[in-house]
Write a protein that binds this ligand. Structure first.
Ligand code: 5GP
Ligand code: 5GP
Ligand code: 5GP
Length: 216
């Protein structure tokens, strides 16, 4: 059987803000390994076409081999936690991302996860926002432009910002999309931005600290 090396044009590198994943009506579940830090975490590294479509599930025979990534697991627990319910240690989420997206990437399992971890470190999102005076805080609003400019200042490329809605109906920053070239070497300007998850003009950036439950 010949599975042609998948051709695609670029990757979306997607990071999620845990505060905004967890404060929706649907809520969330902390991983079995404990509550994650208040930081962006990886959602995935997704091959994409310039026409906006994307390939997925490129090898239905594949499965994530834990022994291939054993030395990355503690770093992944910290930087790529799963907040879906029920609680898990992350393997289910990482397997899903590998099967759906990673198998289309032309990278090995190791390289796929290692590369995503490297891009998270290089993007340094939370620090870039803080450098621009943008802090996770209840009741504070920021403009979409201020998020985009702060990230562009730090990364050198304009991100796509996806918003969701908290349990009280407020728009908030949910995910940040950066683009990466098809060899997974560098951030690039996005050839096309995704659809959906549009933000209003006033966007919240809710905290994900241990003692803000009283606020809800
Ligand atoms: P949602 O409907 O929650 O936005 O996306 C569901 C899933 O579809 C995502 O987790 C991701 O796997 C995939 N997906 C959504 N939008 C895109 C996109 O623009 N590019 C790629 N490659 N995958 C996407
Ligand atoms: P996608 O298919 O959109 O790449 O990934 C979303 C899938 O991963 C969903 O089935 C979702 O339930 C699962 N998942 C597990 N943990 C997480 C998490 O922390 N964030 C997101 N966005 N999805 C998660
Ligand atoms: P899926 O149905 O593919 O698991 O997820 C569909 C959408 O719901 C994704 O955008 C994902 O981020 C979101 N989602 C999945 N599980 C959860 C959850 O436990 N809590 C929250 N807040 N969102 C979730």
């Amino acid at each position: 059987l010949c599975v042609a090396s998948q051709d695609f044009d670029f990757f979306y590198f997607v990071q999620q803000w845990p505060g905004s994943y967890c404060d929706t009506r649907r809520s969330c579940c902390y991983p079995t390994t404990g509550k994650p830090d208040e930081d962006f975490s990886i959602h995935g590294l997704w091959p994409n076409y310039e026409n906006g479509k994307w390939p997925q599930n490129c090898d239905r025979e594949s499965s994530l081999d834990e022994s291939e990534i054993s030395d990355l697991i503690s770093t992944m627990e910290k930087n790529w936690p799963s907040l879906a319910c029920p609680s898990s240690d992350g393997m289910r989420f990482w397997s899903h991302e590998w099967l759906k997206h990673g198998t289309c990437s032309a990278l090995s399992q190791r390289a796929y996860f290692q590369t995503a971890l490297d891009f998270k470190r290089k993007s340094n999102l939370l620090q870039n926002l803080k450098n621009a005076g943008i802090h996770p805080r209840n009741g504070e609003h920021y403009s979409l432009e201020s998020f985009k400019e702060a990230i562009e200042e730090g990364v050198g490329h304009t991100p796509f910002i996806e918003c969701n809605v908290d349990s009280r109906g407020n728009n908030q920053l949910y995910q940040v999309y950066l683009c990466v070239d098809s060899t997974a070497s560098n951030f690039i300007d996005c050839p096309v931005f995704p659809h959906g998850g549009k933000c209003g003009s006033k966007i919240e950036f809710p905290p994900f600290s241990s003692n803000d439950h009283d606020e809800f």
